[in-house]
Write a protein that binds this ligand. Structure first.
Ligand code: FE2
Ligand code: FE2
Length: 266
């Protein structure tokens, strides 16, 4: 099976630039790439920060653009989103019985679980806290879905990373992830946990489970690694994860759909 993770689209109102970049244009490039190269994907997951400031017109622009995406798609939310506005634009089916943008997808003998880590509160432009949270309801849902997965390979997608990826303390991580990590530790075949939010491509191995973050669709963050521990923002790449998995193994491609490196001859 094959699925795609897009993240951090930060959609704005039509024509509105964000840090000099056009989120709608970048989304069109992502959709072009998926339809041309990954039209065979079983699923596309939008991993939150769908919009930058949770404007109604931004969600409407996203909904319109997704109309030409070939594979089926699902979405969860990030700290820049607003659950109420999202639910109003995308309809009742976009939120589960507890009001969260969580969903389970059984494809090709494997399971993709999409978790909603948005926690309402004062934040960085949208509706939520910069840090994320998985409350008891959301963790109970995860336990239940892992029970239904019954040992099949499971892939997890959510907006907030659970693990530290920087030498510096990071206020952007999932708040108190211990219970989440323990639940995953207790399942026999977690193939990967993919997050966005930090706009950076990393992979971490913890107790046999790989945890990935992707640069996502908007500006990319680069760790400078020097004595002063700075981070800088770059124009790109605009990057998605392409997860290809079978009974034996799982591979993740960090596929850059906004990338200014020219093709060179052999
Ligand atoms: Fe973001
Ligand atoms: Fe975020």
């Amino acid at each position: 099976m094959k699925f795609i993770v897009l993240s951090d689209l930060h959609m704005t109102r039509p024509g509105e630039l964000l840090a000099g970049l056009d989120p709608a244009l970048r989304l069109e490039l992502a959709i072009d790439r998926i339809n041309a190269a990954h039209g065979d994907a079983d699923l596309v997951v939008l991993a939150g920060d769908l919009t930058d400031r949770a404007r109604t017109a931004a969600y409407e622009a996203l909904r319109g653009a997704l109309g030409r995406l070939v594979p089926p798609w699902t979405a969860t939310l990030g700290n820049h989103d607003n659950r109420e506005v999202y639910g109003r634009i995308f309809g009742a089916g976009s939120l589960d019985g507890n009001g969260f943008a969580q969903s389970a997808h059984h494809v090709g003998g494997e399971v993709v679980l999409v978790l909603d880590s948005l926690e309402k509160g004062p934040g960085s432009g949208g509706w939520g806290l910069a840090s994320g949270r998985l409350c008891g309801l959301r963790l109970d849902w995860l336990r239940g879905e892992l029970g239904l997965a019954a040992g099949r390979p499971v892939h997890v997608v959510l907006h907030h990373p659970a693990l530290q990826v920087s030498a510096l303390p990071d206020a952007y991580l999932l708040e108190d992830p211990r219970e989440f990590l323990e639940i995953l530790d207790g399942y026999p075949d977690i193939r990967g946990v993919t997050a966005g939010h930090i706009h950076m491509a990393t992979t971490t191995l913890r107790r046999g489970i790989p945890y990935h973050t992707i640069a996502g669709g908007h500006a990319t963050t680069r760790e400078e690694f020097g004595p002063h521990g700075a981070r800088v923002r770059l124009e790109g790449p605009g990057q998605m994860a392409v997860v290809i998995s079978d009974a034996e193994h799982t591979v993740v491609h960090f596929d850059n759909y906004v990338d200014h490196h020219p093709v060179i001859a052999e």
